[in-house]
Design a binder for this molecule. Structure first.
Ligand SMILES: N[C@@H](CCC(=O)N[C@@H](CS)C(=O)NCC(=O)O)C(=O)O
Length: 307
């Protein structure tokens, strides 16, 4: 971990905030794609990261693999931040993801995060905010999609509801697990965990009467909830101390997780070992020994249980 300050790399963890709460920095590159063309835009992602995983699922469900190439960073994120290893950077031959940020802005200040949507034509980062990249892949790339438009992940009639749910789950759930795991005081942790489990109970109830958050079809809201749910018993329960209950104890959330997992467009994007390795190894503020926990036992078998 580390960050860039005026183009210079500073290794180290998030500095403590006054309250001991984890404060996530807003992302900086927030543009939209202009003219979509096959091969023009490139996605840098991690299969371990829940935010980047959203974009990998959207790309897969919208049938955009042929049009938007992906480079996957190594799950070990150490003092140099994200690095390219088995999957080299095809654009600038970078060794570290921070070089991609510096290509876009030599004076960049901020965290070096995934996902990153890169434009080969203008040689810059279009956007590094997963929610916005998901939406662009769905809507702006629709002409390149081999999936029918009826499979949109944000159809116009559902969009207000999708946005409402994305907002509602972000702070207590998607970011909530990080607020619990990175809390630096008991009070900050207690608040994060209480918010998290209250929200999980709420969305568990909500899913009692519908297969997906907005009804019968998969939307962006489901993708955003799923990437956190998939990681819950696997890492958040122990590594982030989110152990009031297992996700498997929430009947409907667990059914929902299995429903998403078993989808043929979602399953190939899920790499459980990479997820575990990334969290336990990379977040050495939480786990200084970098020992990767053995459990949870039979997690994949449980995921395979028919819905
Ligand atoms: N708000 C961003 C968050 C992305 C993010 O925090 N990604 C993490 C990986 S899980 C990252 O790259 N962290 C590296 C760092 O903060 O140095 C989004 O949704 O895209």
């Amino acid at each position: 971990m580390g960050q860039l300050v005026d183009g210079t790399w500073h290794p180290g963890w998030f500095g403590p905030s006054k309250t001991g709460s984890f404060e996530r920095q807003p992302t900086v590159f927030r543009s939209r794609v202009t003219t979509v063309a096959s091969g023009r835009y490139h996605l840098y992602a991690s299969r371990a990261c829940p935010w980047a995983h959203r974009t990998l699922i959207a790309r897969s469900l919208r049938g955009l693999e042929h049009a938007v190439e992906v480079t996957i960073v190594d799950p070990h994120m150490g003092a140099d931040g994200w690095v390219f290893n088995h999957d080299p950077d095809p654009i600038g031959g970078a060794k570290f993801l921070r070089e991609v940020y510096l290509r876009a802005d030599p004076h960049y200040t901020g965290r070096v995060t995934v996902p990153v949507l890169w434009d080969r034509e203008t040689n810059t980062i279009v956007n590094n905010e997963s929610r916005e990249v998901m939406r662009m892949l769905d809507l702006d790339f629709a002409s390149l999609s081999i999936a029918p438009m009826s499979n949109s992940l944000a159809p116009p009639d559902l969009r207000p509801e999708i946005d409402r749910i994305l907002d509602a789950i972000y702070e207590p759930i998607n970011n909530g697990v990080y607020r619990a795991g990175f809390a630096q005081t008991q009070a900050a942790y207690d608040t994060a965990v209480a918010d998290l489990f209250r929200a999980l109970a709420h969305w568990d109830d909500h899913l009692a009467s519908r297969p997906f958050l907005c009804g019968s079809q998969i939307t962006e809201a489901d993708i955003a909830l799923f990437t956190t749910c998939l990681r819950f018993d696997l890492v958040y329960y122990s590594h982030f101390k989110c152990n009031v209950k297992r996700l498997r104890d929430f009947v409907n959330l667990w059914k929902f997780t299995r429903r998403m997992w078993s989808h043929p467009g979602v399953r190939p994007t899920c790499f459980l070992d990479e997820i575990k390795l990334h969290y336990y190894w990379s977040q050495d503020n939480v786990n200084p020994t970098r020992i990767v926990a053995a459990g949870p036992g039979e997690y994949e078998r449980d995921l395979e249980t028919p819905v």
